[in-house]
Design a protein around this ligand. Structure first.
Ligand SMILES: Cc1ncc(COP(=O)(O)O)c(C=O)c1O
Length: 432
């Protein structure tokens, strides 16, 4: 097999048709090996903040093999299975004791989509069918399905040309440290939005507690969270947290929500749950959300073929064991501080110069280290990567210049006005 594959050399429908993709053969710890024998240091957890344990973790591989040997798959419409039952139980005891129930999915978009549906079902079951709208901060990324893409908020480069399929959700600006350090402005926007659309139409407020790629390491100030909590209580909408990236210990707590002064009603987790060994995510809800369904129609139907299948759930159990055994949550908490103490921007520049450090995931790690004390590095955060360098790419495919010039400019404009993202163009392209 050729070491680097271009669109015209493959039957695969690649993501960027102008990009030459190095072919990866295997991984070991923090290292990737390409088919032409190159060794690449993976600084970004599998490119999508997923492979948080590194590659080749024997315990997880053995657990997957053992489960595949027993039974890998059965549809969970009429059957359940031991790994699904055990993993759900461990998530609501070890990871999020404040949560009552778990529904598994295969990926983050599916989990977020299920969270939107669950919030809607909660209100319908309670006799409030007029509640359907979701509010989310603009400049976000919650997935690539139409429902979740609509949560992104005026990110035209992601949403075009699909806007017609997207529900009419509403957005507030993020309370970034430069433009809105107290969160007052975001709360005022929230109030006027509630007044405009009518608080009775709101189903949920949906956001990441610590943003991943869309607005790297952004987390609103305490005052905003307190204000949001008060309004959720006053107007009766739910709070949903997307912890697809920030959950499973990535910020030094099992959930980033555990550091905040409010309790979400619904939380999604993913990425670090399967740790890159199986496609696995989940939506978790509190007792009162479950009770609405249990005391009503007693159905929360619609799902996906692989939801709660034995193989991915067995992987999730093994991942949880490894996180415990290696004390990864504690270690992230301890070491996050030391990274925070470093002069991260200059460290980043020197790495970039020496290693042509181009990937935004690496930058995400650094930004998080710089901006969010105590909620910083990810388990498995390594140092840097030499994944496709700018120099190796045709100019049309470069991270920051892949979009036609006009649309890039307009997309940057459209959400630059909402926040102070350090690199809006990059974040806009590189949403995983
Ligand atoms: C915060 C966040 N939510 C949801 C998703 C979507 O997850 P998936 O790509 O598994 O559907 C992502 C993907 O990067 C994400 O970063």
């Amino acid at each position: 097999m050729t070491a680097t594959i271009r669109a015209e050399q493959t039957a695969v429908f690649p993501r960027f048709l102008d990009l030459a993709y190095p072919s990866i053969e295997r991984g070991e710890g923090v290292w990737l090996f390409t088919t032409d024998g190159r060794r690449i240091l993976d600084a970004c957890s599998g490119g999508a903040m997923t492979s948080c344990l590194g590659y080749g973790v024997v315990e997880v591989i053995n657990a997957a093999a053992a489960q595949a040997n027993e039974i890998a798959y059965y549809y969970n419409h009429h059957f359940t299975n031991r790994p699904q039952e055990e993993l759900a139980e461990r998530l609501v005891t070890e990871v999020a004791p404040e949560m009552a129930r778990v529904k598994f999915t295969s990926g983050g978009s599916e989990a977020n989509e299920a969270a939107i549906r669950l919030a809607r079902a909660y209100h319908v079951e309670r006799g409030q069918p007029q509640r359907w709208r979701v509010i989310s901060p603009a400049q976000a990324y919650h997935g690539s399905t139409f429902g979740t893409l609509a949560l992104s908020g005026r990110r035209r480069s992601l949403q075009q040309p699909y806007e017609k399929y997207l529900p009419d959700y509403v957005h507030i600006p993020p309370a970034t440290p430069r433009l809105d350090p107290t969160g007052d402005r975001a709360l005022a926007e929230l109030d006027s939005l509630l007044e405009n659309v009518g608080p009775d139409s709101i189903s949920a407020f949906f956001c990441e507690p610590v943003s991943a790629a869309a607005l790297p390491a952004y987390s609103p100030p305490t005052q905003f969270w307190e204000g949001l909590k008060e309004r959720a209580r006053r107007y009766g909408f739910l709070i949903c947290f997307d912890e697809i990236v920030s959950g499973m210990g990535r910020v030094g707590r099992w959930l980033a929500a555990h550091e905040l002064p409010l309790d979400p009603d619904i939380v999604t987790i993913g990425k670090g749950l399967g740790a890159g060994y199986a496609p696995l995510a989940a939506v978790l809800c509190r007792q009162h959300v479950f009770d609405a369904i249990a005391g009503g129609s007693r159905e929360f139907d619609l799902g996906h073929t692989w939801d709660g299948a034995p193989l991915p759930c067995a992987v999730g159990l093994a991942v949880l064991d490894v996180i415990h055994e290696r004390r990864l949550v504690e270690r992230v908490r301890e070491r996050g501080w030391s990274i925070h103490g470093m002069d991260v921007p200059s460290c980043r520049m020197s790495w970039m110069r020496r290693h042509r450090w181009r990937t935004s995931r690496s930058a995400w790690t650094c930004w998080s280290a710089r901006r969010i004390p105590r909620r910083t590095a990810t388990p498995g955060t390594k140092s840097c990567s030499r994944l496709p360098t700018r120099a190796a790419m045709p100019s049309s495919a470069r991270w920051s210049s892949g979009l036609p010039r006009r649309s890039r400019a307009s997309s940057a404009r459209s959400f630059n006005s909402l926040g102070d993202n350090p690199s809006p163009r990059r974040a806009d392209r590189d949403h995983h």
